[in-house]
Design a protein around this ligand. Sequence first.
Ligand SMILES: Nc1ncnc2c1ncn2[C@@H]1O[C@H](COP(=O)(O)OP(=O)(O)OP(=O)(O)O)[C@@H](O)[C@H]1O
Ligand SMILES: [Mg+2]
Length: 249
Amino acid sequence: MIIRMITSAPVVELADVRRAYRSGDTTTVALDGVSLSVGSASFTAVMGPSGSGKSTLLQCAAGLDRADSGRVVLAGLDLGTVREPRLTVERRTRAGFVFQAYNLIDALTVEENVLLPQRLAGTRADRAYAREVLGAVGLGGREKARPAQLSGGQRQRVALARALAGRPAVIFADEPTGALDIQSGKEVLALLRRAVDEFATAVVMVTHDPAAAAWADRVVILADGRIVRDLAAPTAEQVAEHMMAVTKR
Ligand SMILES: Nc1ncnc2c1ncn2[C@@H]1O[C@H](COP(=O)(O)OP(=O)(O)OP(=O)(O)O)[C@@H](O)[C@H]1O
Ligand SMILES: [Mg+2]
């Protein structure tokens, strides 16, 4: 009998990543030796107290910020080996982004916003797929609307469609539900979950909300720039308990 091992290479890999910010003679260590490996079709939540390094972790993993040392590999590309402007292009083809503040352009329509990363990357804009993705996030028929005409939850779904339209290996989301009411937040989380389960996208999401983290397959908790917990499919209650233990230290 032949036993075939199916091993998929990690989509995001950080090895002993360090990042410090210097201003004047003070140095803030934001990441203090972080190692993390994320596979395709997996949903990882990143939690931790304010200032623990969550956003820095996301920015370094995505190549929006440079690690001082250590290795970051994004969908097979060692980010330490590429420079701007190529880095920006490589990032746009590999990763999608969703932020708390939507970051949509008000002067563009919904569809133009969704296609913008592809236009900026100089790749051929796939309008049919953009429309399909807008339909999948429940915005079919709103292609010509402007962001100002949409609710917060709808705007975040445009941002999600924009992230998905480039068929990225990974979506990085920094507090995507932070500005939303509970119901809109749930819709966005359900869509991130579908991106993982149906599009095999990896999702790495920063959140402060244990209930949001419970949608993930894995929850890592940062404290002082280090990963201090790595939990497999915890409940919201378990996440909250670990968060309390970490914050009390
Ligand atoms: N551009 C910067 N310049 C100087 N210090 C920074 C910069 N960005 C982050 N830091 C510092 O690095 C540490 C980690 O910041 P980071 O934004 O990653 O935290 P966070 O966990 O995302 O916090 P929050 O939950 O408040 O968003 C903090 O002490 C922060 O003050
Ligand atoms: Mg942050």
